[in-house]
Structures are given as structure tokens and as C-alpha cells.
Ligand binder design. Sequence first.
Ligand code: NAD
Length: 498
Amino acid sequence: MTYDITHWIDGREEPGTGSTQPILNPATGAQVGTVQLGDADTVDRAVQVAAAAQKEWAGVSLSKRTQILYRMRQLVLDAVDEIAAAITREHGKTLPDAKGEIARGLETLEFATSITQDLKGGFSENVSSGVDAHTMRQPLGVVAGITPFNFPAMVPFWMHPIAIATGNAFILKPSERDPSASNIIARLYQEAGLPDGVFQVVHGGKATVDALCTNPGIAAVSFVGSTPIAQHVHATASAAGKRVQALGGANNHAVVMPDANIEFAASQIASGAFGSAGERCMAVPVAVTVGDVHERFLEAIAAEAEKLVVGPGEDSATDMPPVITADARDRVVRMTDEAEQAGGRIIVDGRGLVVAGFEGGNFVGPTVITDLDRTHSTYTDEVFGPLLVVMHADNFDEALELVNSSPFGNGTAIFTDSGHYARRYQEEVQVGMIGINVPIPTPVGYYSFGGWKDSLFGEHHAHGPEAVGFYTRQKAVTTRWPAQNETVESSMSFPTHD
Ligand code: NAD
């Protein structure tokens, strides 16, 4: 039996009138449901509902907003199994991995429960004689979030708790490939007591995204996805006068120094390269060995890759799940073929893998390739699959130059025992998030998340303090209360503070 995922507008499921798209289970290839695809009219209706709800919501006390978020946190914890099952069914990732992303998403909600601290303005008494100054932060109004398939719970959580806590109404447009988690979240917000219209979900693809980027009722757009679409969203929504943050793709490198513990580095890099089948923006698709450790590292990483059990996400024995679509699997196979034809050495070959009983699934095994030229597309392009390219540099400076030559700058890691090189790396690398002996340095919810270069368009990083800045505007107020009969001299010159 298949199910139908509808928009969630004004506190209820709203069947669309437009087209639909099948939702497929990546482990079996079978259709499990359909999702509505919204259009400009759907977006317009959601925006009108949101605008009315936001006016009321901005007047709700901070303490009441906080209580709702606390209730929401508990409801999400109670519904973890339901949300994780939906993620695994539609995305493919293992159940523990799905629960992990929910836990990481909740970090932002937990941060948002202390929004009372972050929304405090400043106050200065007597900035001039008898004059005081204070600042306050106010919501933008109606804001939208457009999110990718690979974290159907966590990435929306980077946005909605802070947007809502700061007094905005939020419209989510999740990936059409795994939309169910978003509707569960909508239902839980309602159960938590959030007024209808403050959190809504509009499903769809390009037409919905373009309508969100141009609708005049939307003040700001947060986007997370691939670089070409991030650029499109950033350009379109900026041209329509909106505040925009657009997080793009990645090609993260991990540098392995000669003094590193090679077995430790290999096991950590394997988790970065093959966890969630490499479908993480903080995945590690490139390792760079420095000096004479190349062959030792290849042996160690091959041992790690070969012991992984590939299978459906529901199976507790599975280490590595399928990729999202048959196209995504075919891309990994094609990139491996092209690397081989260009003289690349295939250390571990993931092609042709069949999982018994799941012949229709999008499975490809962990793949390790080396001896590729730095201009080859299998190295330079974002793979977004379980394919690790191992490059080599003679020394630290050469490795740093290679990492910095990538157009992406999302995450990176260095494995070393040397504080000197670790410090130089964090200072000189052109990347937003850096791990030192940590393969996936995703910042915790009370810091902000964001890359450099082609991995982020816009000034604000996601979640944490930067998101408070993104979803609010500051007002600066200057106040004087003269006594009723007091004379205050006015001057034609620009006011100075005597
Ligand atoms: P995607 O860019 O294809 O889709 C992202 C969103 O854009 C989806 O909601 C989708 O419906 C919409 N979209 C797709 N095509 C569009 C078009 N032509 N016009 C307008 N909207 C469109 O990304 P994806 O495949 O869902 O996710 C994987 C990508 O996301 C990878 O590149 C990955 O690196 C990136 N990602 C980045 C981060 C980060 O924080 N930087 C986090 C997660 C994922």
C-alpha cells in the first residue's frame, strides 16, 4: 500500500491540485508513495496564511515560545522511531544514522530554547546628556527554507527552530525524494501548541523553489543543496530583494601526515567516506597522503572498506546503505570507469555489487581509487557516493596547496601528531569547517555551520548565533525624556555627544 504526502498549510494536510511525483525506496527500488508538487499558487496561499499567523506569533511572549519549543523537543524524542523509519524508507540510510541526524537536528532546537539570551538587546545610559540608547532584534516576517535529500530531518532543523523562536513564520520546501519527515515535524509542532500557519510545508521541485524565491511576501530564503542550485537560488532570491543564505556542495579533503597513526586515520576516513554511502556534505571523498605513507594508508583503508557490510538501512547488520537513486549509483560506476580508463588504480572496486534479496536497490560498494591526475573529474567533481580518491603530496605545503585549489571549501580534516602542522593547517586552509584528527567536523548546534567559496553563497552560516542574525533585523533606539518644562537647546549642526 502506498501513501500520499500532501502539503501542510494552515495546520492541516492540503491535497494539491497539481502533479505528483513517486517516492521510491532506495533499498528495493519500489514505489512507496507519491508527493504533491506545488506551484506558484500553492506557495502564494501558504505565504498569505503565514503572513497572518506571523503577525500574531511575533506578539507571543518569549517565555511562551520557549515553552512550545520545550514541548516540541519532547515530542520529537517520543517520535524518534517514527521519524527515523520514514527517513530510512525514503532516503535509505541506516536506522542508527537516521536517529543520529535527528539528535543533531535537536541540538538546534535546544539552542533555540535559550533564544531569550540571544534576543537580548544592548542598553547604554547617558550616551549624551539625558539621552539613552538601546537595540532590539525583530523578526523578518515570513521566511522559507529549501532543503536537500540527504538530511531530511537535520537540515530543516538547522532552520525552523531559530526562525520560529525569533518570531518568524517558516515555510519548508523539503526534498521531493524523502518528504515524509517534514510532515511528521509539522504535526508535532501543532501538538506542541504552535499556532497554525507558523510552520508550514509546501512540497515540490523547481517550480515551487522558484515561486519561493520570487514571492514578494517572503523576506528571506535559506537554502541547502548542490552548488549550481545554491547559485540559482542565491541569484534569484537576491534579485527579488530577499535576504539569502545558500549552502552548496562540497569535495572535502582529509590530509594524512607521515606522523599520523595510520590505522586510526584510515578507520576515521572510512567512516567519513562510506558512512551514509558518502551522501553527506561533510563526507570525505578525498584523502591526501603526505610523504612516504601512501601505500601503508592504501592497505589500511582497503582493509576498512572491505569489511563493510552493504545492505538495506533497516537491517541492523548493515554498515553502508544504498544511494538515493539508480542515477546516483550509475554516476559512481561511471566515475570509476572513467578513472580506470585514465590510468587510475582501483584499490577497492564497488562496481557490480548485488545485495541478495534487494536486486532492485541502488547499491554500489565502497570504492577506493588512486594514481589520478589532479585535473581528472573523478577527483575534482563532487561524487556524493561511496567513492574515495587517494591523492599524494610530497610535503605539507604541497598538500595544503592541493586542498586550497579546490573550488569548494566546506569541510576538511588533518590527521597528525604535530601541533605545529595542525595549527598551520587551521590557519592557512581556505575551508569553513576543520577537523584535527576528526573526520567529520560538523559544528555543534550552538556554533554555526558553513563552508567557504563555492560551498556557501551569502554572508550568514547556518544554525547557532549566525542564524539568529539571519532571521532578525536590528533596531537601534535613541531616547530622551526631558522634564515637561525643561528647555533643551537644539542645534543645526550634526548631533555630537557632549
Ligand atoms: P539539490 O541541489 O538537487 O536539491 C536541493 C533542493 O533544491 C531540493 O529541495 C530540490 O527540490 C531543489 N531543486 C533541485 N533542482 C532544482 C532546480 N533546478 N531549481 C530549483 N530548485 C531545485 O541537492 P540534493 O541532491 O537534494 O542534495 C545533495 C547536495 O546537497 C550535495 O551537493 C551536497 O553537498 C549538498 N549539501 C550541502 C550541505 C551544506 O551544508 N553545504 C548540506 C547537505 C547537502
